[in-house]
Design a binder for this molecule. Structure first.
Ligand code: URA
Length: 434
């Protein structure tokens, strides 16, 4: 086989066989196929797509480019993945909640880049928390505590690591079969029995339009089915930040409050919906209603919180900080950002709100940037809320080293206030099951 012939066939809209796709991915990982040929192939796929059989073969080849985990645990192994949003601290609440319900959750998460925060960065606000567990240690922590949240290792789906970096610089990230195979290969490498995906839609989401979010969701549900893993998708709203907090330690505080039943309504509702779906996939609850009730009970009884404390300690994190949140890192300065006029909060430029938190130091522009865990934004109003002139819309948590005038003028532009209340859509827009 020659890569150039396969690239030409894909460019001309022909199908590639499973064997040909496996050969291409192998040649790429073994560095027999150079980056420029893979870049050309990715561009051909960007324009011509992959059909169901091709995308399955592509995902399978990526998945087996590295280690696939196996868990010997007495219960279902289920994970959740989110396409990322602003203020999305769902994983921190969901993993212990599901673990408390008897599900085993080995969560391999990412770091923040651009406007979205990363679960690993949030957890590293807890002194001592170690996200780099070996596969053996990961298996032990999951078996003992029902959950662990760790970073990607070099052994898991190495093909994606290289291919994603290449797509990033060749304008080929935005291809539905390539996104679906990238996400699903990494998730399936966790050795899962089931998977729930939270695909965000709206101004703060990776997928801006509902149509594209649906197409991605369909592709991933289909891939799950053809790979034998029950995969469900919740399409959820990301037209405004989730919860009140944006910034690492601020989000950990909010996540812990939510675990204890004192969280913001939207975050609590989303966590409960995702938990109910995970419990249904896992077979530990018969339907959504039973799952919702179980999730609420596990939060109010404190069981989910206790699981979180133990799991954090097992990953080296300081349990005392979780029990006394005032020990979390915090910015020494705060400033209220007040409404310039009265009316209703009509809309957020959600991605911009994430970028403002990043400008305060809560995120990184390049992978080398160092994060400040204490800074960020606390919102006080959501879409549809009435607001008076001079009332606080947000509190800026900062170190005194940023241009507050610039931050304020960006916030003025990012939070739209108008005379009429906006129409509000549902938090869970659609659920897709196989
Ligand atoms: N996230 C991923 O993991 N892969 C993609 O291709 C896009 C987003």
């Amino acid at each position: 086989m020659r890569a150039v012939d396969l690239i030409r066939r894909k460019r001309d809209g022909e199908r590639l066989s499973g064997e040909e796709i496996a050969w291409l991915i192998q040649a790429y990982i073994q560095e027999e196929m150079p980056d420029y040929q893979m870049a050309a192939l990715a561009m051909a796929i960007y324009f011509q797509g992959l059909d169901q059989e091709e995308v399955t073969a592509w995902t399978r080849a990526m998945l087996y480019s590295g280690e696939v985990l196996r868990f010997e645990v007495p219960g279902p192994v289920i994970d959740k993945h989110s396409t990322g949003g602003v203020g999305d601290k769902t994983s921190l609440v969901l993993a212990p909640l599901c673990a408390a319900a008897g599900i085993f959750v080995p969560m391999i998460s990412g770091r923040g880049l651009g406007h979205t925060g990363g679960t690993l960065d949030k957890l590293e606000s807890i002194p001592g928390f170690d996200v780099a567990l070996s596969p053996t240690r990961l298996r032990t922590v999951v078996a003992r505590h029902g959950m662990a949240i760790v970073g990607q290792t070099a052994e898991i789906v190495p093909a994606d690591r290289r291919l994603y970096a290449l797509r990033d610089v060749t304008a080929t990230v935005d291809s539905i079969p390539l996104i679906a195979s990238s996400v699903m290969s990494k998730k399936l490498a966790e050795g899962l029995d089931g998977l729930v995906l939270d695909v965000k839609v709206g101004s703060g989401a990776f997928m801006g339009s509902l149509e594209r979010a649906r197409a991605l969701a369909r592709e991933m549900v289909g891939l799950g089915r053809s790979m034998g893993v029950d995969t469900r998708v919740l399409l959820t709203d990301m037209d405004q930040p989730l919860g009140w907090a944006i910034g690492n330690a601020l989000e950990v505080r909010e996540a812990v409050d939510t675990l204890q039943g004192r969280g913001p309504a939207d975050l609590t509702a989303l966590v409960c919906e995702l938990a109910a779906e995970m419990m249904h996939v896992a077979g530990v609850e018969r339907d959504r209603e039973a799952g919702l009730a179980r999730a609420a009970a596990l939060m109010s009884s404190g069981e989910a919180f206790e699981v979180f404390c133990k799991a954090v300690a097992a990953q080296g994190g300081d349990e005392a900080t979780i029990r006394d949140l005032d020990r979390l890192p915090r910015a020494e300065k705060t400033q209220a950002f007040v409404a310039r006029r009265g009316g209703f909060v009509r809309a957020f430029k959600c991605k911009e709100v994430g970028l403002i938190a990043m400008a305060l130091g809560a995120g990184r522009q390049t992978t080398e940037d160092v994060i400040d865990h204490g800074v960020g934004l606390m919102l006080h109003k959501k879409r549809g809320d009435a607001v008076e002139a001079g009332e606080a819309l947000a509190t800026i948590h900062h170190r005194g080293d940023c241009d507050l005038g610039e931050i304020e003028s960006r916030l003025i532009d990012a939070i739209e206030i108008g005379d009429e209340a906006p129409l509000l859509g549902p938090l869970v827009i659609e659920v897709m099951r196989p």
